[in-house]
Ligand binder design. Sequence first.
Ligand SMILES: [Zn+2]
Ligand SMILES: [Zn+2]
Length: 721
Amino acid sequence: MNRVRLIIFNAALGPLDYKVPDGMTVEHGSVVVAPLGPRQIIGIVWEEDRLPGESVSDSKLRNIIEVLPVPPLRAELRRLIEWTADYYCARLMSVARMVVSSGGALRGPTTMTEYRLTGVEPERMTPQRAVALDALQNEQATIRELADLASVSDGVLRGLVNQGALEPVEVDIDRPYPRARADHEQPDLSDDQRKVADQFVEAVKAREFAPFLLDGVTGSGKTEVYFEPIAAAIRDNRQVLVLLPEIALTEAFLGRFEDRFGAAPVVWHSGQKATERRRAWRAIASGEAQVVVGARSALFLPYANLGLIVVDEAHEISFKQDDGVRYNARDVAVMRARFEKFPIILASATPALESLQMAESGVYQRVELPSRFGGATLPDIATINLTENPPERGRWIAPELVEALEDRLAKGEQSLLFLNRRGYAPLTLCRNCGYRFQCSNCSAWLVEHRFSRRLACHHCGHEEEPPAACPDCGEKDCMVACGPGVERIADEVAEILPDARIAIATSDTLNTREKVADFVAQAEGGAIDVIVGTQLVTKGFHFPELTLVGVIDADLGLEGGDLRAAERTYQQVAQVAGRAGRGSKPGEVFIQTRHPEEPVIAALEAGDRDAFYAAETEARRGAGAPPFGRWAAIIISSEDEAEAREAANAIGGTRPNVKDVMILGPAPAPMAMLRGRYRYRLLINARRSAQIQDVIRGWLDGLDFPRGVRVNVDIDPYSFV
Ligand SMILES: [Zn+2]
Ligand SMILES: [Zn+2]
């Protein structure tokens, strides 16, 4: 090729053509550096005929500067990028950027400096230095990381370097990962599990697209089962991607993986250090990374030789990304398996209705694990009608549940109380004038976090100290907490059971892998009597001594009129109930509700999953909702209220009239302000067969808006705020 068309990472520009200088070799998918005005930009060489662009004569083209030392993106991945951009009405460039998401990795191999102890005593010993010397035995890392490990300042360690007590070591950033061994530990599988595992192993060997829905009750050993096709892929020298919905789940997973395969998998998530990401990226691109465990962003990485994807807890809504490219990793993962021709396993105890429907219609193959492993039984579930048997005044735990908690503590067994609300109280107001503490950037209340003494917005991250006096009327010490969050429930448990050891498990308390590991070790070791947690603890954890689960407010998720409210409530409660009785002792679950007659609550109490799914399916069919109809949202936002409104009206005013497509709005979004931006929304509801993306593109493409206006399209939205 002597001229090429590039996708470039510049939001304002489309694809551009460049000349390939003599002696340079590029191919489709090559990642290159090219000039743009006085600057240099990164681009990806794309098939010219797949990218409409202006044809520029050869004489006007500038030369590509260099080809970066990474493997070219494979054709299958380029097709996936195109499909994703097309389906989600996103820019090709924005999707492609998720592939080359480690800037450092593109620059090729390099080294970095780490430090380790030499055994030399510093001439002058200080208490800080003694702490560091003690903490850093057998450690090797950068100064920053060592300082974190030893909880001392960088300065202390620099001093130790000067004294010769720490020495620098040059390390290859891309040093290889420990190898996982397919036969490290022989699995102990039941006949049911073995049958399913064998089926998956055959699919890996066949190297064909094969989507599976692994539908197994909580505690049925889904992980152990899908470890077998992973082993098959390792034997076959093919890579595996395991997508998990949350980083917190990774910790529990890593331990089990290491037991089975003798080495940890390669981890990928957004919270990693840049050096870890670059090392992982390069190992993934070279094919050296055997098994990658990651959050949804791991899906778009340039695997050299992928042979299997597992999406665990596939029903989880966190697979849907709600900013940037608004894609659903579960659905795109299926497309990736299809383009690259390998099996994919969607594992869940409470599959999404969409996935069940795909199985029903024969697109996915459904495999079931109907019973718990090792003879454990599913827990007994009972509802507590809060209208008839309310908690004491000012409390949130009903007498029946209090009794059950007392009983478990006496027996030395564990309990879990579930409430999907972080902090102490969701709303704080002034006793004197009724003033409500609200976020200055969002249409949202500030949530009191009593332990960290702050008021926080859970939407934009804004935090402030609770003021001594009401900002409105000036009254002192007037703040009243309204409603419970997990911290308040934990306080109540401490009053009821003064001797109980209580742990709060939320994204506030378990925000690093170390803290999660600590929590898991304590819970498994019997050092915790009562866990009070949000949805973070509803899945993935396996605590054999946990025999009681209490759902503080099952109605919480049903408020708000979300399309999936009932399904989500069912999934959350069924998942959290599934934490009970996983060991040899049977489990018991209490669901506190004011609406025991709601179909979803009744189905939970009866343990009748099929009844719930059947009723929900009919409700969705009647409403033209997914999977029977389609939704899309157009969200218009600006820091200027009038500008946002005018843009929304302009879009609303040019709405197309298309058969089978209904357009609602524009109207202020339920979350009318978010992160300082005013928001308007249009909703599109269409028949399944309608070409909704073409309609939206044709509609929006010709429109022009002021610079401050953002127009975002959300195909198959999960969030309706
Ligand atoms: Zn006041
Ligand atoms: Zn906010």
